[in-house]
Design a protein around this ligand. Structure first.
Ligand SMILES: Cc1ncc(COP(=O)(O)O)c(C=O)c1O
Length: 427
């Protein structure tokens, strides 16, 4: 057995082998350069904005799409366009990027958190009903890490209680539940196209809906509350409060170019994930992700579960995880951490300051006392403690890198005594 790199042995993944996301091509460069040549840099009627909206709507299979300058702005539009506002409650999973809940707060509505279902890391449909009150207007499932939430039971609860369903698909372009792509099932949905996302434009977002009225409202919100009718003079009349959520034509052009490769890139992610999960099934100490039978994930992240008991190690999970992460990092294998606590445990919910003076919680329109306790979400806490994220399971990396990863896993997990020694050293 080779010495672990953390103890001076040779590393498994050579320095410089891991490549960053997204893969960039001459096609991308040409698309952006063509914007310079066109001299049209922005505007909701700009050619790349209009074409991107049409192409993404077609790719997804929805009636309407609006390009925005972030996933958060798309989500805010997804909330506000359904008429959700001051004092309304929206049900959100406790495990997500907190932007999901911020999109609710941005419109003076109140996030109410629900734990995740074991196994899929998405909202637990069975836990939703207990959180519904007479103020609840919507459920906001997040399709996290490329995994679709279990939409059948979510839609059932929503129908039963006459609630809207808003999707956060920022991490899940192309993920499916029961054969349907996320973003086509919900009333409205937001996607992010920031640098790391399956569809990347550096920064940006996409709002989608099949609802004509939500589309009209979202169009106004995106641009100052004004209505801009293509081919007509601008009216310069605001019909209500809106934001400046337009995107730049460089970004739109780049996003269109990346969209042409989205399916191919998602397929590579799936191939890598299938290989890693099959290999990890035979490597005691670490496991790949479980996929519920009705879901088709697109592996925005490849998550790994830590299982010290499989190696016969009677050590605290946190210490085992830290030692294995350190040993693998020395081998050139990145296993990072994402969220540290459930979203409701974050300071913004503990301090309840929101956008100042305690609003929106203490503004007169809510008039109800809500408390956020991080400990109320045991599945979220368990998930965060047990898992980490394997870096670079995406193109332009190739199967060569995945094979090196597996070699590194076998090398480190094959030496439980060395892991114990590292745990002792780390104190
Ligand atoms: C689950 C989730 N929701 C919302 C967002 C917000 O997207 P953006 O950063 O484009 O505003 C992100 C990404 O950062 C995310 O991962």
């Amino acid at each position: 057995m080779n010495d672990l790199a953390v103890f001076g042995g040779e590393r498994t993944v050579p320095a410089g082998m891991v490549q960053t996301w997204p893969p960039l091509s001459q096609e991308d460069r040409d698309a952006v350069m063509a914007v310079f040549d066109s001299n049209i840099l922005h505007g909701t009627s700009a050619p790349n904005a209009v074409a991107l909206q049409k192409e993404f709507a077609q790719w997804l299979g929805v009636k309407h799409c609006l390009v925005t300058n972030s996933g958060t702005s798309a989500l805010h539009m997804a909330v506000a366009s359904l008429g959700i506002g001051p004092g309304d409650e929206v049900i959100v999973p406790a495990f997500t990027y907190w932007s999901t809940a911020a999109a609710v707060l941005h419109h003076n509505a109140i996030p109410v958190f629900v734990d995740i279902e074991p196994g899929s890391w998405c909202i637990d449909p069975k836990a939703i009903e207990a959180k519904i009150s007479d103020r609840t207007k919507a459920i906001l499932p997040v399709h996290i890490h490329g995994m679709a939430a279990d939409m059948g039971p979510v839609m059932e609860v929503a129908r039963k209680h006459n609630l809207y369903v808003i999707g956060d698909a920022c991490q899940a372009h192309g993920a499916k539940c029961d054969g349907r792509k996320v973003g086509t099932i919900e009333d409205t949905c937001g996607f992010s196209t920031n640098r790391s996302k399956n569809l990347s434009s550096g920064e940006g977002g996409l709002f989608v809906t099949n609802n004509d009225q939500a589309y009209e409202v979202a169009s106004k919100l995106r641009e100052f509350g004004e209505v801009v009718v293509k081919g007509k003079d601008r009216e310069y009349n605001a019909y209500g409060l809106g934001w400046m959520y337009r995107s730049h034509e460089f970004v739109n052009a780049f996003c269109r170019s990346q969209l042409r490769h989205l399916d191919e890139n998602n397929n590579r992610r799936k191939e890598f994930a299938a290989y890693l999960t099959a290999e990890l099934a035979n490597i005691p100490g670490l496991k790949g992700p479980y996929t519920p039978p009705n879901r088709e994930p697109v592996y925005f992240s490849y998550i790994v579960e830590f299982r010290p008991e499989e190696l016969g190690l009677d050590v605290p999970l946190a210490k085992y995880k830290a030692a294995v992460q350190k040993a693998l990092a020395a081998e050139g294998i990145g296993l990072g951490q994402w969220q540290r606590v459930p979203v409701p445990a974050q300071d913004v919910f503990q301090d309840m300051q929101g956008y100042g003076k305690g609003c929106p919680w203490t503004c007169g329109f809510y008039g109800r006392k809500i408390t956020y306790r991080g400990d109320d979400y045991p599945e979220t806490i368990r998930f965060i403690a047990q898992h980490a994220y394997l870096a670079a399971v995406h193109p332009p990396n190739t199967m060569d890198l995945m094979k090196r990863y597996v070699a590194g896993f076998k090398k480190v997990l094959g030496q439980p005594k060395a892991i114990l020694k590292l745990i002792e050293q780390m104190g």
